[in-house]
Design a protein around this ligand. Structure first.
Ligand SMILES: C=C(OP(=O)(O)O)C(=O)O
Length: 524
C-alpha cells in the first residue's frame, strides 16, 4: 500500500515524466565540479537539484529542508518548475510537494538505507541525494524503461567550496557536525548505488572519487561537448625567493590491504597531490602478534581470524618491487616503517631501502631499536609519539653511526587535540639539529608526524623548522577495515590541500635573513 507521501511523489513524477524525451536524468549537487559540466548535458534532461543548485542550472524539481534555501532561491527568481520541501516555503505559481524531513540519527545509517529500499514512504532525507534518487526512480516507473542518471556536483569535498554559481551568501557555515556527516553520506551513497544496480535507474557518479563512473570531461564528451584544456599556471620568476626544504610523506600504513591495484591508486593520488614520499609498513605478523591475538575471531573478506586479516595486509617481495618500480616511474620515492627484527633483516637483505622508519608504536622495543642502530648506517626516521625527553636522550646516545637521524615529533592520540600537538617540540628538535651541525655523528633532521586533523599543525611545524612532515592517507572507507580517523581520504582533494598548505608555509617561512624584498615600498 502506498502512503500519501509516495502518492504525492508519484504524481509529481508522472507530470515530470511526460515532459522530456531523452531518458536522461541529471541529479545536481553544488560541488565545484558542477562548473565543469556543459549546459548541453542538461538540455532536454530532467534535472533534479538539491538545495539552491538551481542557481547553477534551472531544475525541474528542487529538494530542500532548510529555510535559507527558500530565501536563496526566491532572491533571484525561482528557477525550478517544482519544489519538494519540508519547510513552509510557498511559491504560488509552482508545484510544491511537502514531505517530512528525516535526519540521519546517530549511528543509524542502516535505518536510512532500509527506508530507501522499502519505498513505501518518501521523505526528505538529510542525505538529499536519496530523495533525488527516489524521485528519479518514480519518474522511471512512469516512463516504463531504464533511465540514465548522472549525479553531477556531488563531490563531498566541503573544503573545496561550492560551484561558482551557487550562493555562498546563504549556505550556513560548514559546522564540524556537517563535515563529519559527509563521510557518512558517501558511505550511504555507495550503498544506495549498490541497491540500484540492475533496476530502472542506471546511475553514474560524475567526478573523481574512487567510485565515480566518469569524469566531467568524459560526460561532456558523451554529449559531444569539446573539452578545452585548462590554461597551465605560469611559474613566477623571482630570484629573491628562498624556500626552506620540506619533504612531505603520504603515510599509507597498510591501507593498501595488500592489494596492488589499491596501492597503485594510493601512490598515484599521493604523487598527484605533490607528496615527495609514500610510506608503508612492514611487520612479521607471526612474531609481531601473539598466537592468541592471531587466533581471535575477526570478520574480514580475508578470513575469520585477526591473523587472516593481518597477513593479507602485508606486502610481499613482489609488492615491494611493484612499489619500487611504480614510484620510480612516477618520480616519487618510498620508504617503510620496519616494525621488527625479522622484517628489518628481510627488507635490508632483499631490497634497496632509502630510509628505515622506526615508528612511535615500537618505542619500547629497545632491543630491536638498538639492533638497528648497530647494524644500519643509512638514514633512519624515528617518530616520538608517547615518549618524553628520556627517549630523546636515549635515541641521541644510541643512533650515532647513521647518515641522518630524522626526529619526527608526534603525539600518539588519533586525533591529537589541538592543545596537545605541542609544535614547540619541533622547534626544540630544530635547535638540536643546529647544535649537531658540523659535529661527528648523524645529521639531525627535525620533522612532524601528524595525527591531528587538517593542515594547520603541520604548517606551523614547518614554521618551527620541520623538514619532513607526514600525514596518514587512505582510499575511501571499507566496512571491515579499522577506521583510521585521521587518515586523509585520497578520493577527495583534502591531501592536495594539505600539501598546498605545507608548500605555502615553506614560502611564508622563506629566509631568516632580514632584507628588503622586491615587492616592498613605503605607503602610509
Ligand atoms: C604509524 C606510524 O608512524 P608514527 O609513529 O609517525 O605515527 C608508522 O610509521 O607506521
Amino acid at each position: 500500500m502506498s502512503s500519501p507521501t509516495a502518492e504525492a511523489v508519484s504524481r509529481l513524477a508522472a507530470d515530470t515524466a511526460a515532459k522530456y524525451s531523452t531518458d536522461t536524468i541529471v541529479l545536481l549537487g553544488k560541488g565545484p565540479s558542477a562548473d565543469q559540466v556543459h549546459s548541453r548535458v542538461f538540455s532536454d534532461a530532467v534535472v533534479i537539484g538539491v538545495n539552491d543548485a538551481e542557481r547553477i542550472h534551472p531544475t525541474d524539481i528542487t529538494i530542500f529542508y532548510e529555510d535559507w534555501v527558500g530565501e536563496s532561491v526566491a532572491e533571484d527568481g525561482l528557477r525550478s518548475a517544482a519544489y519538494v520541501t519540508s519547510t513552509s516555503f510557498d511559491a504560488p505559481d509552482r508545484q510544491v510537494v511537502r514531505l517530512p524531513f528525516r535526519p540521519i540519527a546517530n549511528d543509524a545509517e542502516d535505518q536510512v538505507l532500509l527506508r530507501f529500499q522499502d519505498r513505501s514512504e518518501v521523505a526528505i532525507e538529510e542525505a538529499m541525494f536519496l530523495t533525488a534518487l527516489e524521485i528519479a526512480r518514480a519518474v522511471a516507473d512512469h516512463r516504463g524503461r531504464v533511465q540514465q542518471v548522472y549525479m553531477v556536483g556531488f563531490d563531498f569535498t566541503p573544503e573545496a567550496g561550492e560551484a561558482r554559481a551557487a550562493s555562498s551568501q546563504y549556505s550556513p557555515e560548514l559546522s564540524s557536525r556537517r563535515r563529519a556527516g559527509i563521510e557518512l553520506q558517501e558511505f550511504i551513497l555507495q550503498n544506495a548505488l549498490y541497491t540500484l544496480k540492475d533496476t530502472n535507474l542506471d546511475v553514474q557518479h560524475v567526478g573523481t572519487l574512487a567510485y565515480s563512473d566518469l569524469t566531467t570531461d568524459l560526460l561532456n564528451e558523451k554529449f559531444h561537448v569539446e573539452v578545452k584544456e585548462p590554461i597551465a599556471p605560469q611559474p613566477v620568476d623571482d630570484d629573491d625567493v628562498e624556500v626552506p626544504p620540506v619533504e612531505v610523506t603520504a603515510e599509507i600504513t597498510t591501507n593498501h590491504f595488500g592489494d596492488l591495484d589499491r596501492l597503485e591508486k594510493l601512490v598515484h593520488a599521493a604523487q598527484a597531490a605533490g607528496a615527495d614520499w609514500v610510506k608503508v609498513q612492514k611487520r612479521d605478523v607471526d612474531t609481531f602478534y601473539t598466537s592468541q591475538q592471531l587466533a581471535s575471531p575477526y570478520k574480514s573478506p580475508f578470513g575469520s581470524t585477526f591473523g587472516d586479516y593481518r597477513r593479507q595486509l602485508e606486502l610481499d617481495k613482489e609488492g615491494f618491487l611493484f612499489l619500487d618500480e611504480l614510484t620510480k616511474d612516477l618520480g616519487i620515492r618510498w620508504f617503510a616503517s620496519v616494525l621488527d627484527k625479522p622484517s628489518f633483516e628481510w627488507m635490508t637483505g632483499e631490497l634497496d631501502v632509502p630510509l628505515v622508519k622506526l615508528p612511535s608504536t615500537i618505542s619500547e622495543k629497545r632491543d630491536y631499536l638498538s639492533y638497528v642502530a648497530e647494524n644500519y648506517t643509512g638514514s633512519v626516521v624515528i617518530s616520538t609519539g608517547m615518549t618524553d625527553t628520556a627517549y630523546e636522550h636515549w635515541l641521541l646516545q644510541t643512533f650515532t653511526e647513521q647518515e641522518a637521524l630524522y626526529l619526527l615529533h608526534c603525539n600518539s592520540a588519533y586525533p591529537t587535540p589541538d592543545e596537545h600537538t605541542n609544535i614547540g617540540v619541533v622547534r626544540h628538535y630544530a635547535q638540536l639539529a643546529a647544535q649537531q651541525n658540523g659535529k661527528p655523528g648523524p645529521r639531525i633532521v627535525p620533522g612532524y608526524s601528524s595525527h591531528d586533523y587538517g593542515w594547520m599543525a603541520s604548517a606551523l611545524a614547518v614554521a618551527a623548522g620541520a623538514q619532513m612532515v607526514e600525514k596518514h592517507v587512505k582510499l575511501g572507507n571499507t566496512e571491515w577495515a579499522h577506521f583510521d580517523a585521521v587518515a586523509v581520504d585520497l578520493t577527495t582533494d583534502a591531501f592536495t590541500q594539505y600539501v598546498d598548505a605545507v608548500r605555502r608555509a615553506q614560502l611564508h617561512v622563506g629566509s631568516s635573513q632580514k632584507k628588503i624584498t622586491a615587492s616592498e615600498h613605503h605607503k602610509y
